[in-house]
Design a protein around this ligand. Structure first.
Ligand code: V47
Length: 399
């Protein structure tokens, strides 16, 4: 498909026709063939992906991502009424970007037994609560039964459990081996047991950046890229949908960001099951990596928007790109709804990981605020469950 009007025009003043009928000037001629290809349903290659990352023409990049978003998911923007459960901050992995982790005898540590969890959830639950997203540490002492009981207990209380990163699944294979069995426990066995206990979906955490150069420096003791991808492949094969994250804004290059996205796209082709892609902006306080880099600034709004827009264009087989308001603010997430984003995560209520590393946002947000944020951006708010089933479609703002 060619873009009407651009063939004989001066590239510097060429225009993209948006679905709304509004023309937007493309100032970077390098974007024209890519826009042409993408609007015709084509897939960008690695070289074109780098052109997207390097373009100085952010408005055109955002408009292209917005057009792709409109074609893929229409005008709906999704959120979930959720609770973030971090039942412990005990972790032995030692990722350098993490300000959340504690050893068992360190100041500021917490570690909930099952009864503590039930009480905690009781205190935070409202009748609207649908999804409990577990996000915690790799505990050196908890046994396998604890994790199954936790998943089962929350499910029996009526919640959808979205839990356990691929890194935790890797850890579980080490603690799940029954006495007397010599062969190792597989990802498939662990995931099947969790599914039987009620697990409905998995979050995308632990992906960080797949490139080994970066992983060695920021997450050396964590599951490696192949392991992370293998866990998600297996989950998808078992019918457990998942998300994928990418931690950006530290020492990674733009090439490494693109490589990360391309590996997710390739896995989604091979074994579909990713529901959303969630870029996580590096929070630069109280962690070793920030100290090593002497870094105190958050990612810029321009970098956040560029990253989300490139993700929407490159990840043509992942239904949703998520703007994570905890890390980039609700205000920027509202703007990002015009740069490819179609999901604003959820109410969350008690976020602890990003806040341990200096997040400046609140730890939770009301449904009304999420709805207003979406409506004021000209989109239709949709309350979803953990699996993107639509629970309620609200009126778009008439204005
Ligand atoms: O795995 C830790 C990251 C993740 C920092 O799947 C940091 O829907 C930035 O995975 N700066 C946990 N990031 C959060 C997570 C997540 C969040 C929202 C939605 C979904 C989803 C998943 O947070 C960790 C790690 O990658 N993280 N420390 C930091 N200083």
């Amino acid at each position: 498909m060619t873009i009407p009007g651009h063939v004989n025009a001066t590239p510097a003043f060429d225009h993209l026709p948006l679905p709304s009928g509004v023309d937007l000037p493309i100032r970077d001629p390098a974007l024209l063939p890519i826009a042409d290809k993408v609007l015709a349903g084509g897939r960008v290659n690695a070289e074109e992906g780098m052109t997207l990352f390097h373009t100085p023409d952010l408005p055109a990049l955002a408009a292209l991502a917005d057009a792709v978003r409109a074609r893929q998911v229409g005008d709906k923007a999704y959120y979930v009424h959720s609770l973030r459960l971090s039942q412990t901050n005990v972790c032995y992995v030692g990722c350098t970007f993490c300000g959340f982790q504690r050893t068992m005898d360190q100041e500021g540590v917490w570690d909930m037994d099952l009864d503590d969890v039930w009480n905690y959830v009781g205190e935070h639950a409202t009748p609207e609560l649908i999804e409990i997203h577990i996000s915690s540490g790799h505990h050196p002492k908890r046994d396998w039964a604890y994790y199954l009981d936790l998943t089962r207990g929350l499910t029996e209380r009526g919640y959808q459990v979205k839990a356990w990163t691929a890194a935790e699944i890797h850890h579980f294979t080490r603690i799940a081996r029954p006495k007397g069995r010599s062969e190792p426990v597989s990802y498939r066995e662990v995931l099947q047991e969790l599914k039987d206990a009620g697990l409905v979906a998995m979050p995308g955490g632990g992906a960080e950046i797949f490139a080994e150069r970066v992983r060695q420096r920021i997450a050396r003791a964590k599951v490696n890229a192949e392991g992370w991808l293998d866990v998600h492949r297996t989950a998808h094969e078992l019918g457990i949908p998942t998300n994928a994250t990418m931690l950006y804004g530290h020492i990674e290059t733009l090439e490494e960001r693109l490589d990360h996205m391309l590996r997710i796209r390739a896995l989604q082709d091979e074994a579909p099951g990713f529901m959303s892609f969630v870029p996580l902006a590096f929070q630069p306080d109280n962690n070793q990596l920030a100290r090593e880099l002497g870094k105190t600034e958050f990612t810029t709004g321009l970098d956040d928007l560029r990253n989300l827009a490139v993700a929407r264009i490159v990840l043509d087989n992942v239904p949703h790109i998520k703007g994570y308001w905890i890390m980039i603010t609700p205000e920027l997430v509202q703007v990002s709804l015009s740069s490819g984003v179609s999901d604003v995560d959820g109410t969350i209520k008690d976020e602890r990981i990003a806040h341990a590393s200096g997040a400046s946002t609140d730890t939770g947000i009301s449904e009304e605020e999420l709805q207003r944020l979406i409506q004021d951006a000209g989109r239709t708010p949709v309350k979803r469950d953990a699996l993107y089933n639509e629970l309620q479609v609200y009126a778009p703002n008439a204005a």
